[in-house]
Design a protein around this ligand. Sequence first.
Ligand code: FAD
Length: 451
Amino acid sequence: MSHHDFDLFTIGAGSGGVRASRMAAGLGARVAVAESRRLGGTCVNVGCVPKKLLVYASQFSAAFEDARGFGWKVGDRSFDWGRLIANKDREIGRLNDVYRSLLEDSRVTIVEGRARLVDRHTVAVGGTRYTAETILIASGGRPNVIDIPGAEYGISSDDVFHLSTLPKRIVIVGGGYIAVEFAGIFNELGSEVHLLHRGPLFLRDFDDDVRTTLAEEMTKRGVQLRFDVRPTHMTRQGNDVVINLPEGKTIAADVVLCGTGRLPNTSDLGLEELDVALTDRGAVIVDEFSESSVPGIYAVGDCTDRRALTPVALAEAMAFVETVFKGNPTSVSYNNVPSAVFSQPSVGTVGLTEGRARSDGYDVQIFRSTFRPMAHTLSGRDERTLMKLVVDRASDRVLGAHMVGPDAGEIIQGMAVALTCGATKAQFDATIGIHPTAAEEFVTMRTAVDE
Ligand code: FAD
């Protein structure tokens, strides 16, 4: 046992920090975790969880419309934003308590307040100093503020969960998954939605077929997408926020949401003073075992700018504990990290995109299927599902699986197991489908598309 107050001091009780603290304490380490806001971090408070609850809320409008084709007569309906937000807040409060119990039951000391490194074994929170053998930075990320005059009239994704009313008109600036998801949420809840992105198409790192299919489907649902456009400034006119575009064009809205990416949350942590190496964006530079340039100071999760996803932060936290507290050096593989975009329709993806596989030098075969989901034969909804496999011709290995359509995230999770096991296209073909599902299409695509 070290002569320090704790064996591990963790800064940030979000996805990565809570997991690492609990696991280390479970192995007998004396652990403290500092949190300046609410337990659970981004995912629980202003990320995955409240976002998914809003997605669920928004999906009812399409379900009501689609019900008619199945014989239902749906009467008058109305939506109460205030009630949704209050119910969402109650659930998040419950989760905050669950996180507190998880930490307390593991005998982790919770220190409330903002932590700052003093030296490589000392952290200050408020007026108190704590020493620890190992320090883990798990301080997460924060919204990137758009750099144009009048940016203060916009709101961030942190604020959107607490709007007092549902905006009638909303402009969303950004082309990442957060911008796309909120465009779907507000569109389905009945707002007029404009999504503005400076690039030629949103979701830059996704497969091109996914990007174009989703853009078409979102347009059909009524989202007004504008690409290759850079807002110049924002102003306020009465209750409206006006976003100004080149050539004198303007869009007035009740709310402008800036979904323009996220930055590592590492400012004012005392890292520069300790010579902890950071990237240009402020991310902590770490080795494959999550150790920073200063021995004994580790970092996991969004503050390292690797893959900013909750399951990745959890995996990095587990690998850190395995390395430091079990003496078993363990690194995380970033190959085949699956992810979903909870857009409407949704996106699921794992492995290489067609473009990436080609640029990596693979000779690829592409299997692609687009079809009308069975439910829409009766609902009448004009919506197509896309499924796509990217296969390495030489080894027959499936390099990537991509989907746009209902439940894409649920379906791609299983595909991720197959890709992690190195499945070949022949093994996909030998797999029996589940009928009638959309997912069976992934094991029945037989003919490669002509190139
Ligand atoms: P965080 O969860 O951000 O936790 C960091 C914690 O550190 C925070 O609680 C913060 O208050 C605290 N902290 C920071 N500095 C200090 C300090 N100096 N002292 C004390 N405490 C401090 N990921 C998915 O996998 N799926 C999704 O669907 C998804 N949706 C998202 C939607 C939105 C709108 C956003 C913003 C993110 C979403 N994410 C999603 C990303 C996911 O939330 C993050 O990848 C994940 O939370 C990262 O965990 P972390 O432990 O690195 O940091």
